[in-house]
Design a protein around this ligand. Structure first.
Ligand code: ZN
Length: 90
């Protein structure tokens, strides 16, 4: 009976490790770049304009409309800002 518990615990642990590894490989399958994650350290973010992945520390940080976005280059940031502001009628 004790053994069963141990095996279950190992399976759960393995599952978590696998999920973490999967997330590392295909980081940013969601809208990671649109939200500022709270996890510190190295994190890959996706440029919402050209869909390129950049390390967050190397990315261009731009605050648009109170939200923080990350881009691979200043060019993409400008493109995104222009697109966003043109979408908002005012
Ligand atoms: Zn870009």
């Amino acid at each position: 009976m004790y053994r069963l518990f141990l095996i279950t615990a190992l399976l759960v642990l393995f599952y978590y490790l696998l999920r973490r590894a999967m997330r590392k490989v295909r980081d940013g399958s969601g809208d990671v770049s649109l939200r500022e994650g709270q996890t510190p350290g190295k994190q890959m973010i996706q440029d919402p304009v050209c869909r390129v992945f950049v390390p967050r520390e190397n990315a261009i940080r731009q605050e648009i409309g109170g939200q923080t976005y990350f881009f691979c280059s200043q060019n993409c940031a400008t493109t995104f800002e222009r697109k966003l502001t043109s979408q908002q009628p005012e």
